[in-house]
Design a protein around this ligand. Sequence first.
Ligand SMILES: [Zn+2]
Ligand SMILES: [Zn+2]
Length: 133
Amino acid sequence: MTTEEIQIVSSLQQQGLGYKKIASLTGISANTVKAYCRRHRVLSADELQAFCRGCGKPIQRIPQAKPRQFCSDACRMRFWNSHRDEIRHRAVYTFCCPCCGKEFQSFGNPNRKYCSRECVANARRKGGVIDGG
Ligand SMILES: [Zn+2]
Ligand SMILES: [Zn+2]
């Protein structure tokens, strides 16, 4: 490939295009582009840059390393602690199962109808209407 071709291929690669697409856009053979892309794997900005789910600060990622979601352990703990609260505060709905008559609770899902998978299956066998479950 010429220097010019390499520049075009690598810039298309950085835009996240696959080698087939690059090949069809540039007219360079797919095998050549594929070989080039394999040798010069470019990480996109998104892949290199992540943001902490705790404080929102950017985390510089190390290529080939496992992606990180938090900048620090403190942020990870804070995030999961607040997440746990969300789960705990989720609405609880109480229903009466039309199949077995048992009262049951659904966490965060107001559309449940039957208390269990067995009751859904029973209702289906009897030809009942299935709404969620
Ligand atoms: Zn953080
Ligand atoms: Zn039931």
